[in-house]
Design a protein around this ligand. Sequence first.
Ligand SMILES: NC(=O)c1ccc[n+]([C@@H]2O[C@H](COP(=O)([O-])OP(=O)(O)OC[C@H]3O[C@@H](n4cnc5c(N)ncnc54)[C@H](OP(=O)(O)O)[C@@H]3O)[C@@H](O)[C@H]2O)c1
Length: 315
Amino acid sequence: MVGAYRGRVIVAQTETEAKLRIGVAGTGKMGAAIARRLMSLGHDLIVWNRTPERAAPLVSAGATLATTPFQLASFSDTVITILTDALAIDTAYRERDGLLSGDVSGKLFIEMSTVRPETERALAASVAEKGAVLVECPVGGTVGPAKDGKLFGFVGGEPADIARARPLLDQLCRRVEHVGPIGAGASMKLAINLPLLVFWQAFGEALTLCRALGLDAARIVDIFSDTSGGPNVLKPRGPALTAALKGEDVGPITVDIDSMRKDLRTMIEEAESLGAALPVTASALQCYDEASLDGLGKGDITAIPVRWMNKPENT
Ligand SMILES: NC(=O)c1ccc[n+]([C@@H]2O[C@H](COP(=O)([O-])OP(=O)(O)OC[C@H]3O[C@@H](n4cnc5c(N)ncnc54)[C@H](OP(=O)(O)O)[C@@H]3O)[C@@H](O)[C@H]2O)c1
């Protein structure tokens, strides 16, 4: 017999009735979107979140709520984690009642957080000690692509483990790139985010040069987007950026500034461990830190260029 926790009631279930279950630990912006994607494909979802209220909309949509990571791992064949940082991973996996606190032998863990490679490598060792398997797959793309199964997966791990994870990864990602052993995915993800995060500050600085032209915000974004001055992100995020430049509502926040400060800090720590310096990244982090001190930390990333453009000394 196995048990399943539905809402507040544990119900019995025979082995033969048991279906393949996917657990999602961490139902923040990305975890919730990934869970919704998987539910839309008919998977049975069990979810855990440190703050259970945040998982309530998923439970209303049919997911089962686990009260501990242990419970989530017990009732899942595959566990996906997408959490803020290394501390959050430590809490979810290694604490009492954590994901690895029970018998998880043979289970597959897919770790999707943006963290340093060494965090993924240490986690993979802990998972292997329990007889389970870890594949890392940090992702490019935000909430919209996650809901649509259009993420970009930077995968690290053993080929056989990745082959096992692949059908699920293909349901979440438009492109899955196996870039090396565990830790390689984290390195690649940090590298991809570096120019992206520097861009948001650089765009604010660029605006100080052209704002006096008085062009419409949508036109400026469109011109950047169609020239070498703009990166790919302007295509999906152009409308939100235009709204931000006009001082209008940007809609639901998909990427917040504090989370990206974490990414910038992580890049700098990783570079230091490699003996490299990242002067432009360090300078960008300082600007992001100032934005957070201004009270914008939980705000959308598009506030970075807008804040710079609107600084009194830049107007
Ligand atoms: N947003 C994006 O567009 C995006 C894109 C690609 C990758 N990522 C990466 O994906 C990860 C999640 O991002 P997100 O935007 O979904 O962030 P988020 O909305 O802030 O969610 C963070 C999740 O981590 C949990 N968490 C944080 N600290 C914890 C702790 N100490 N113990 C247990 N759980 C903890 C949160 O639980 P609570 O709800 O209890 O706080 C929440 O479930 C991050 O590594 C981020 O860099 C984000």
